[in-house]
Design a protein around this ligand. Structure first.
Ligand code: AMP
Ligand code: GLY
Length: 423
């Protein structure tokens, strides 16, 4: 079969790699892709939001399955358009993608179906926000309703944070339309866990649960990023925690969406806070995480096509579904300065010296005159696997030392939380 992957990050490179080992696949395209996806797929010069161009391409090339990486094309209805054109595609419709694209929509569904999440107050303007926060005990969280590239949750620890948040939202208009509605949410205590359910609308299968490292610097310090590293399966995800996540969150959520007439297909990424084995929802995303995909996809034992196609064709329950009994750790190599200002165009050297046992997933890379150069904030993600998590972490760190580019930055403590838990 012929498969089209949409996106150009490390997540999409991980998708292309996983798809390339399927015996059923004879050709992969990636739109627009990067220097890493080009190793196993043909990169196509179509941007992720060019839905009509992508539909036309899928028709012309007789694509059997399209897999969407990022949220933007989902938000603008790529799944709806492909389906209207009789094309098979993995991902949620625009209406179902509102679980990520509108935090208020997600909260309302959770409230209606009794799914545990932080209590919240909805604010339509500055004075609502001032009333909602007056006298409220710190800490709490202010969230803008719409997509904000992972920067739309402001943890408020004191009066200065509150004043800054009000200034950013209403004076600087930093979030634009995304902040036309805002939530004030109670602070959830606990430890964060990312759980990934692949759904066909009715039934679902769970992938390994992962932990991300969102802050730029060691010790969870510095600004929020897209994610600086991850590991899976997370020791926090005990059988009891996973069963609670299934029964208290994923099943009622998918059943609720079905009742609403908005069946959810694709991957439901549940950002959970775990306390005393009980999960609460921090957020939903409607796509694979990046860099979580770089650890959970290499841990699939079954053919990934079975799972993606099972979701898209609404027969996931009948598909083979096995996970590897291995651990994976991925460390992101970023351009110094990310997520704020950073330079691009730095030559990346040493890639050929990296052990073939690890996967080097490309994110912000580009080919230029026979060289590979940096072209984004997150440049590469290096994933190592091992039956034991400490060894997987060690292997990833050994291999990244072989890769160099000017101003390379990475966290040195990916996976440390898990090691502490395992002691
Ligand atoms: P979000 O954009 O909703 O994923 O939030 C980004 C990050 O802010 C999360 O990964 C959490 O670390 C933190 N966060 C968001 N909401 C809450 C909450 N209600 N309680 C505690 N931390 C939160
Ligand atoms: N790594 C966090 C995300 O993909 O949203």
């Amino acid at each position: 079969m012929k498969v089209l992957v949409i996106g150009n990050g490390g997540r999409e490179h991980a998708l292309v790699e996983a798809i390339s080992v399927s015996p059923r696949v004879r050709k992969i395209y990636c739109a627009p892709g990067n220097a890493g996806t080009a190793q196993k797929a043909e990169n196509i010069n179509l941007q992720v939001y060019n839905v009509s161009g992508l539909v036309k391409f899928a028709h012309e090339q007789e694509i059997d399955l399209t897999v969407v990486g990022p949220e933007i094309p989902l938000m603008i209805g790529i799944v709806d358009e492909f389906q209207k054109n009789g094309l098979t595609i993995f991902g949620p419709t625009a209406a179902a993608a509102r679980l990520e694209t509108s935090k208020i929509f997600a909260k309302q569904i959770m409230q209606k179906y009794g799914i545990p999440t932080a209590n919240f107050v909805l604010c339509e303007n500055r004075s609502d926000l001032i009333v909602a926060t007056a006298g409220k005990a710190f800490p709490y969280v202010i969230k803008v309703d719409g997509l904000a590239a992972g920067k739309g949750a402001l943890v408020i620890l004191n009066a200065t944070d509150l004043a800054n948040a009000i200034h950013e939202i209403y004076d600087e208009d930093k979030f634009g339309e995304a902040a036309s509605q805002v939530l004030v949410e109670d602070f959830l205590e606990g430890e964060e866990l990312s759980v990934f359910a692949i759904s066909d609308g009715k039934n679902f299968q769970l992938l390994h649960a992962a932990q991300d490292h969102k802050r730029a610097f060691d010790g969870d310090k510095g600004p929020n990023t897209g994610g600086m590293g991850a590991y899976a399966p997370a020791p926090l995800a005990t059988p009891v925690v996973l069963e609670n996540a299934r029964q208290m969150i994923i099943k009622p959520m998918l059943d609720g969406m079905l009742k609403e007439g908005i069946p959810y297909t694709g991957v439901l990424y549940c950002g959970l806070m775990i306390k005393d084995d009980l999960p609460s929802v921090v957020e939903f995303n409607v796509r694979f995480g990046d860099p979580e995909a770089q650890v959970i996809l290499p841990l699939l034992e079954s053919d990934i096509i079975e799972i993606l196609e099972g979701s898209a064709r609404k027969n996931i329950a009948s598909r083979s579904f096995k996970l590897k009994y291995q651990n994976a750790c991925t460390v992101v190599l970023a351009s110094g300065g990310y997520p704020d200002h950073y330079e691009k165009g730095k030559e990346i050297t040493g890639l050929e010296r990296v052990s073939r046992e690890v996967c080097v997933f490309h994110a912000g890379t580009r080919q230029e005159a026979g060289k590979i150069v940096t072209s984004g904030g997150r440049v590469l993600a290096v994933t190592a696997m091992d039956p034991e998590l400490p060894a997987a972490i060690q292997k990833a760190y050994t291999e990244i030392e072989k890769i160099n580019f000017d101003n390379k930055h990475y966290r040195t403590d990916i996976g440390q939380k898990a090691l502490i838990r395992m002691k």
